[in-house]
Design a protein around this ligand. Structure first.
Ligand code: NAP
Length: 357
């Protein structure tokens, strides 16, 4: 008998990110989707009837699951992946955490709460220490949240450089895919052949979340990294993949060659290596002056690798570069699954994954 996979639930399972969870977990060696939950509109229906499946074919094992409400009394799993509407998450996610469940969330709702970690496992796995502060306020489970999807792409590209040279100022402009707006998302007549230079509430997230992710943890709190960010967010007619152009100034100026070498050598935190969803290289650096491109590079590392290119001198800041990553995989569902794997190998789930006993 192969060892049993852990049953898990997806909140917001019918949406764009929820469907990405279903795809990523379909053949996952440790986790098995046992429960799917969404709004009252979907509850009580077969998953296949409640869901407008967006990409490829729906994995057959989920089609007959009955959708429940996003309520801990209706969902039994200890690991709960969150892809809900942000307003609905405000009540649901703490209710799950109080009931002893671990919520791997994607919503903006709790990102800036001081006891909620924004974890990119390769960058800041030690931020899971904030879960102790959640336990101290009476939650026997916890909430771990992903940052904004474009902020994750930017933070990954900057993390290896910040660790050595320390950021002081960042300018960024994003070109964000339509799948970042969920389903059905942006009306086709607004986006086909067009660029929309505004994404509601996006720039404030880009300007404050990277400092938390790249901050240091001590005494159960995060001290934000001390740099300022100016961000422009644009929606572009690309299906998947957020492209982020970055100019950065550091407390110590790196040479272009040293920065490229550092990005190339970076593998992220040791504990993450070999986890089922961890790419061998969290960052790859391309020498092609016309890359990264979403069409060609978005599935690098099964959607978990951020591709960096065009690292060069900046005439105002020190360095500029282009980073591109998959918004619903590295920027959402894939990062959350990797976070759940991290919880498992750090013993926080009280469950030993197959092959790790
Ligand atoms: P979406 O396609 O609009 O899906 C929203 C999901 O939330 C659906 O499953 C929907 O269920 C459910 N929902 C809506 N109202 C609800 C309620 N009152 N109670 C319970 N469930 C409710 O959105 P998405 O793009 O998947 O995004 C999901 C979350 O992830 C959002 O908070 C978003 O900001 C965040 N996020 C998205 C991306 C991305 O690239 N798309 C990246 C990072 C983070 P019904 O089908 O029943 O309405």
């Amino acid at each position: 008998m192969p060892p049993a996979r852990l049953p898990v639930a997806i909140l917001g399972a019918t949406g764009a990110v929820g469907q990405t969870f279903i795809r990523l977990l379909s053949n996952h060696p440790w986790f098995r989707v046992a429960e799917v939950a969404a709004s009252d509109r979907s509850a009580g229906k077969r998953y296949a009837d409640a869901t407008k499946w967006i990409e490829g074919s729906m994995p057959p094992e989920v089609a007959d699951l009955i959708v429940t409400t996003c309520d801990p009394s209706a969902v039994q799993s200890k690991v709960v992946f969150g892809a809900m509407d942000a307003v609905a998450a405000a009540d649901a996610e703490p209710a799950f955490a109080k009931a002893g469940r671990f919520v791997l969330s994607n919503t903006k709702t709790f990102r800036m709460h001081e006891d909620v970690p924004l974890v990119i496992p390769e960058v800041n796995a030690n931020h899971l220490a904030l879960l102790d502060a959640q336990h101290a306020k009476g939650w026997s489970g916890g909430v771990i949240t992903n940052a904004n999807c474009a902020a994750i792409v930017g933070a990954m590209a900057l993390a290896p450089l910040h660790a050595k040279y320390e950021l002081s100022e960042v300018f960024m402009a994003t070109m964000q895919a339509v799948s970042g707006a969920g389903y059905p998302g942006v009306p086709s007549l607004d986006i086909l052949g067009n660029v929309v230079p505004y994404i509601g509430d996006e720039e404030p997230k880009l300007e404050r979340e990277m400092q938390k992710m790249l901050g240091s943890v001590s005494g159960g709190r995060i001290a934000d990294a001390k740099f300022v960010v100016s961000a422009h967010a644009n929606r572009v007619p690309v299906e998947h993949g957020h492209t982020v152009v970055l100019s950065a100034k550091f407390r110590t100026k790196p040479s272009v060659a040293d920065a490229i070498a550092m990005l190339r050598a970076w593998r992220g935190e040791e504990i993450v290596r070999g986890l089922p969803s961890a790419p061998e290289h969290p960052i790859v650096v391309t020498d092609d002056p016309a890359r990264p491109q979403p069409r060609r590079d978005v599935m690098a590392g099964n959607g978990m690798t951020v591709t960096v290119g065009r690292v060069r001198e900046d005439s105002i800041f020190h360095l500029k570069l282009v980073a591109m990553g998959h918004n619903t995989i590295r920027g959402a569902a894939g990062c959350a699954v990797l976070n759940a794997e991290l919880l498992a190998v750090t013993g926080r789930l009280g469950w030993t994954p197959p092959g790790r006993g």
